[in-house]
Design a protein around this ligand. Structure first.
Ligand SMILES: Nc1ncnc2c1ncn2[C@@H]1O[C@H](COP(=O)(O)OP(=O)(O)OP(=O)(O)O)[C@@H](O)[C@H]1O
Ligand SMILES: [Mg+2]
Length: 246
């Protein structure tokens, strides 16, 4: 099992969006992976979405569960049960890593640094989701310090370093964003961020697939008008899979 987190302490960048879209696609017919999506945000964006989706269907390609960031280490080591979203509420289940190929963590856009460090320590892969205006904000700097701290902790515990990639989301390559790209180019070298950078533009179509089951790859492919978007999303998934095979 590989644990992937879509991370950033800045709110609204698209962590929940990316978690859901990637979970849907990896679990769907294109990849057929066994996925578990864990919503670590007490705002419960992903949990709410699955709840709403229960009104449309009763079978899903993967389960959604909830867990506070501070409880993630205990949940993953089997000391705390997994709270899986059901139509009625939650069902406590023992977590077994052999049940899944990918555990995808949807991180909260705020929280105590210690809790966030605990969450980061559980990951094998961290994908930092950033927007065009996300360069030298305080939350970004704070978050990068957390990444550095996590890497040091892992070295101290003889663990391999966390693999870190960058995802430019809601991103258009215009003049305004050049500064942000330059900022992250510097951070990439400093924080050992993997060379593959993933890119997703801001599109209403992405927002439209607001559910916890649509495999966006096959859905975009079947729509000729969305050929450009299919190309972009397929390139994103391609780079993501290369990163996850590192
Ligand atoms: N590429 C995109 N194109 C269009 N809309 C997007 C895109 N990515 C995210 N959004 C929209 O932006 C909003 C914020 O995204 P999301 O809730 O995933 O952010 P978040 O990082 O999880 O926020 P929080 O920190 O509050 O948890 C949502 O309405 C989402 O649908
Ligand atoms: Mg969120």
């Amino acid at each position: 099992m590989k644990t992937i987190g879509f991370v950033n302490q800045k709110g609204g960048v698209g962590k929940s969006f990316a978690s859901k879209v990637v979970a849907n696609t990896l679990a769907g017919s294109s990849y057929k992976k066994r996925v578990l999506l864990v919503d670590c945000d007490d705002q419960e964006t992903s949990v709410d979405l699955r709840r709403r989706d229960f009104s449309e269907r009763d079978e899903f390609p993967y389960p959604v569960a909830t867990c506070l960031p501070a409880d993630l280490p205990a949940m993953m080591s089997g000391k705390k049960p997994l709270q899986v979203v059901t139509e009625q509420g939650f069902a406590a289940q023992k977590f077994d890593e052999n049940d899944y190929d990918f555990l995808i963590v949807d991180m909260p856009g705020r929280g105590q640094s210690n809790d966030i460090s605990g969450l980061l320590a559980c990951l094998d892969y961290a994908i930092i989701v950033v927007n065009g205006d996300d360069s030298d904000s305080l939350s970004t700097i704070k978050f990068l310090k957390n990444i550095t701290k996590t890497q040091q902790l892992r070295v101290n515990h003889n663990l391999p370093p966390l693999k870190v990639a960058l995802m430019y989301n809601k991103f258009e390559l215009t003049e305004i964003y050049k500064e942000t790209v330059m900022f992250w180019e510097k951070q990439k070298a400093k924080h050992g961020i993997y060379k593959e950078v993933m890119f997703i533009s801001l599109k209403e179509t992405y927002r439209k697939y607001n559910d916890t089951y649509t495999n966006m790859l096959s859905s975009l492919k079947s729509n000729k008008i969305l050929a450009g978007l299919y190309k972009e999303f397929a390139a994103f998934m391609g780079k993501l899979v290369v990163f996850l095979n590192q």
